[in-house]
Design a protein around this ligand. Structure first.
Ligand code: HEC
Ligand code: HEC
Length: 459
């Protein structure tokens, strides 16, 4: 199936290239060649933490799967079984890599698997693995449940990640995680110089966040959906805050994370691979500059990006993420090693969300910081957003521009009972998952919305 898809995808690219006479064919290639460089190698080959499990555990995960999938896996070749596991948990291989290693975990020489940054930050769109596409398939909670059950069967030792994931919510919908609270919990046990010190667990507001596209890193001057942190290589190191890593480990690894920073800066948004009506898009550009550019910037030649934080009562999207980080937490972060002890200014109370750059926006569905809106058409039509939706694995909706989804009035009763099934549904009635707000496009006429949607494909 994959080679066929690759051929079709290649064809679509050629058509897109032919339709767009302003571009040389080179420019419309997706950035498949950029899985390289010191920063990328560091992320995928070097582990900064003790392993979460070993190869034997991964190879036996299928033993705890439900029927009939377990029987299918039992009959399958090891290669097919691995593909089933990758699909089930949202793991990808680097294009052309047949080693069986996922991009999302470092697999060391002893067969130890350790989660890396790409677990949340590298996925696929329309079946294609393209650098910087957020992992909108990652099923971390379901994966960790299966790992614990498999370790039990095999009589393997549980490690910190098993214990932590049994009590700490990792994510209630596949494709988004409670990552912001992981960071907050880990930071609570550090002083400003990152010495490990006993600390009371802070008040937690668990909620899921959709990882942002990494190719927009280069346009940003501040990080995260509320823009509270100054940009730098040190903020990228927060994921290493497990208690095993003392302050000296952070100092030792700064050079590598400068390479990671450089790799992120080098990423470019992938071009839309399907057909674009360029006349319509040109009309859309005019509407966009009158209604959207003040917040999202301008694109093409002489592009601008204002890095604007929009007050929560103006943007009106789900407020839970904003309130989940307290001003005290942001302040402590700002005084710490991560922000060069206050030299890199932190915003303690940003009061809203950053209007993100829209480069490659076609490829980073679902939309908004919580990933609550499946397509750009739904972003443009706020009253039509589905209450509950479920995506297909590799389908792409070219009409609505975004995920191919089925929509529901309620989560089917059978699925609601079982965590791993329930997590396939995005339920906007849950805390932190609202798809409300950002009603700015409502000011447009239907024809204008249509044109803007076409224009968004060109970014
Ligand atoms: C468990 C999932 C997860 C892992 C692992 C993870 N991230 Fe993230 N990352 C996120 C989420 C979710 C956000 C958005 C948080 C927010 O905006 O509040 C984010 C935000 C970021 C941002 C800010 C981007 C922007 O546009 O503002 C950068 C840069 C980043 N991560 C880099 C990394 C690096 C480097 C690593 C590994 C050292 C890493 N992340 C590991 C989930 C993860
Ligand atoms: C007043 C500022 C403002 C205006 C005007 C505005 N936006 Fe936004 N937009 C935002 C903010 C802030 C967000 C982030 C909301 C969130 O994540 O909760 C956003 C998010 C988005 C997203 C989702 C981005 C992502 O990565 O998930 C799209 C698409 C978008 N806007 C398109 C538009 C279009 C098209 C227009 C014009 C019709 C527009 N916006 C007008 C502030 C604005």
């Amino acid at each position: 199936m994959k080679p066929l898809f690759a051929v079709l995808f290649g064809l679509a690219l050629q058509v897109a290239a032919a339709a767009n006479d302003n571009c040389t064919p080179d420019e419309v290639q997706p950035a498949v060649n950029r899985f390289s460089g010191a920063g990328y190698d560091f992320l995928t080959k070097f582990s900064t933490m003790p392993p979460d499990w070993d190869q034997e555990v991964f190879d036996n995960l299928w033993q705890v799967w439900e029927e009939p999938v377990r029987s299918e896996a039992a009959q399958a070749t090891p290669e097919q079984r691995r593909e089933m596991a990758f699909s089930r948990y949202g793991l990808t291989s680097e294009p052309g890599d047949t080693s069986g290693k996922p991009q999302q975990y470092v697999v060391d020489a002893q067969g130890g698997w350790t989660m890396n940054c790409l677990s949340c930050h590298q996925g696929k769109v329309a079946g294609q693995v393209i650098p910087g596409v957020p992992n909108a398939h990652f099923a971390l909670q379901s994966l960790m449940e299966d790992v614990r059950n498999t370790k039990r069967i095999l009589g393997k030792r549980m490690v910190r990640m098993d214990m932590a994931s049994a009590i700490f919510p990792l994510g209630t919908t596949n494709g988004s995680t409670n990552a912001v609270m992981f960071g907050m919990a880990l930071m609570a046990n550090r002083d400003a110089k990152l010495n490990v010190r006993p600390g009371l667990p802070p008040a937690m507001t668990h909620h899921d966040h959709d990882a942002p596209a990494w190719w927009n890193f280069k346009k940003k001057t501040r990080l995260y959906s509320d823009g509270f942190s100054a940009k730098g290589h040190r903020p990228l190191m927060q994921f290493m805050l497990v208690p095993e890593n003392g302050p000296e480990v952070f100092a030792d690894r700064e050079d590598e994370f400068q390479e990671v920073y450089a790799w992120l800066e080098s990423l470019e948004a992938p071009k839309y691979p399907f057909a674009i009506d360029h006349k319509l898009a040109a009309k859309g550009e005019v509407v966009f500059s009158n209604h959207c550019a003040e917040c999202h910037g301008t694109y093409g030649k002489d592009e601008t990006y204002p890095n604007k934080i929009v007050p929560i009562d103006v943007v009106g999207t789900d407020p839970v993420r904003l309130g989940a980080l307290s001003p005290e937490h942001r302040h402590a972060y700002g005084q710490s090693w991560f922000a060069h002890f206050g030299e890199h200014p932190t915003i303690d109370d940003p009061g809203g969300y950053v209007a993100p750059p829209l480069d490659g926006i076609w490829a980073s569905a679902p939309y908004f910081h919580n990933g609550s809106v499946p397509t750009l058409w739904h972003v443009m039509n706020s009253s039509e957003r589905p209450g509950i939706w479920r995506r297909t694995e590799d389908g792409y909706d070219q009409e609505k521009v975004g995920l191919e989804v089925a929509t529901f009035d309620e989560v089917p009763a059978e699925a609601a009972k079982i965590g791993r099934e329930r997590r396939k549904y995005f339920d906007t009635s849950k805390n932190g998952k609202s798809a409300a707000g950002h009603t700015f496009p409502d000011a447009l006429e239907e024809a204008e919305k249509h044109a803007v949607l076409e224009y968004l494909k060109t970014l």
